[in-house]
Design a protein. Structure first.
Length: 372
């Protein structure tokens, strides 16, 4: 039968993601709006975002954290264009965003000494192939496949190369082993449901040393330049930015960080996300017509839940449209490059009660479409 209860907030998009519970735009401070980001007030608010990010994520004191333009994409491109080319590079991909980094390395940077290790959607490549003398490029969580790396044990502590990790749907939802990671990027609009357009760039001391000792053979646009006179632009990691940031978006991020702190910080965020995933796991276990795209439970994402159904691609489209028409699940179709299916965000900002309410609708919609 058609369900009657609907999710209070039907926003299941994987980016931008749902705002935190109880969010209100009117609650954001406005004193910094209309002020220069270079004013003492503006710099202080940006520096606060960096400091709170460090505290909540447990980023080591000697790692730099900077706010950079163009979301996670801008942050990761900045890292690749500024640091790659000094050593051979190993690229690991298993979904569309990792494929994008591999394409940039091969077609834009044109690195000749690059090895590609890829796997189809739902699987991981052989991570043991990573050469500790090479730079390594990978995503921690495949947002479009629902597959994450289970840990960082495959990364050598004695490596001489750098690890460049796109962690945009993992930061604030999964434990990141910072000692294994030299460059980490993420964006505000993912796990904490912040606003878009800004990225975070986290650099280990080894990454800083690379920046200060290596000059890429290609021109770097101003928006990518992290050094001047062979030295790191420290002000970028102290509250200044390379281009003008949105101070309103920064206040939104600070609001999300404060909420994260109020529910127990990183542990609380991870706990909520894993509880949300467990609801989907229970549903999939009792309904044979739906399954996780991730083949191994150990690599199953607890933020971007990707699902396959016993439906044709056209039927899946009808199901997604039906859920949207009913106002019970918005933006839950799989990514355009991924296999036809569903993708539900189940990060910490999504309420478990909303997942509990949407699951009966999913079952109803499946039978509506299947029987049509």
């Amino acid at each position: 039968m058609k369900p009657t209860l609907k999710p209070a907030i039907p926003n299941f998009s994987s980016g931008p993601c749902a705002k935190r519970p109880g969010y209100a735009l009117s609650a954001l401070p406005t004193d910094v709006l209309g002020r220069s980001h270079r004013s003492s007030l503006g710099k202080a608010r940006l520096a606060r975002s960096i400091a709170e990010t460090r505290r909540i994520l447990g980023v080591p004191a000697d790692y730099r954290i900077g706010i950079v333009p163009a979301s996670d994409t801008g942050a990761f491109e900045m890292a690749m264009w500024s640091m790659l080319g000094a050593r051979p590079v190993d690229v690991f991909t298993w979904e569309s965003f990792g494929d994008g980094w591999a394409s940039d390395i091969a077609k834009q940077l044109k690195l000749k000494d690059a090895r590609l290790f890829s796997a189809p959607y739902g699987e991981l490549p052989d991570l043991s192939q990573a050469n500790p003398d090479h730079d390594v490029v990978f995503t921690w969580n495949g947002t479009t496949s629902g597959v994450k790396v289970p840990d960082g044990d495959w990364i050598s502590d004695a490596r001489s190369g750098l690890t460049l990790c796109d962690a945009t749907s993992a930061a604030f939802a999964m434990q990141l082993p910072w000692s294994k990671l030299d460059v980490v990027t993420f964006s505000w609009q993912k796990v904490l449901g912040g606003e878009a357009a800004h990225g975070m760039l986290v650099l280990s001391p080894r990454a800083v040393a690379r920046l200060e000792s290596y000059v890429p053979p290609w021109p770097l646009p101003k928006i990518f330049r992290l050094t001047k006179g062979g030295k790191l632009l420290e002000e970028v990691f102290e509250g200044s930015t390379i281009n003008t940031p949105s101070m309103l978006a920064n206040e939104d991020y600070l609001d999300a960080l404060a909420w994260a702190d109020s529910i127990g910080g990183l542990d609380g965020l991870i706990r909520r996300s894993e509880q949300n995933l467990a609801l989907f796991e229970g549903f999939v276990a009792t309904h044979p017509w739906i399954r996780f795209l991730a083949k191994d439970k150990a690599t199953r994402s607890n933020t971007s839940v990707c699902l396959s159904l016993d439906l044709t691609p056209e039927q899946v489209k009808k199901l997604v449209k039906l859920l949207e028409q009913e106002g019970v699940a918005l933006d839950c179709g799989s990514y355009k490059d991924a296999p036809a299916g569903l993708r539900f965000w189940c990060g910490a900002t999504v309420q478990a009660s909303d997942i509990e309410r949407v699951l009966p609708w999913l079952e109803w919609a499946y039978h509506e479409v299947k029987g049509a």
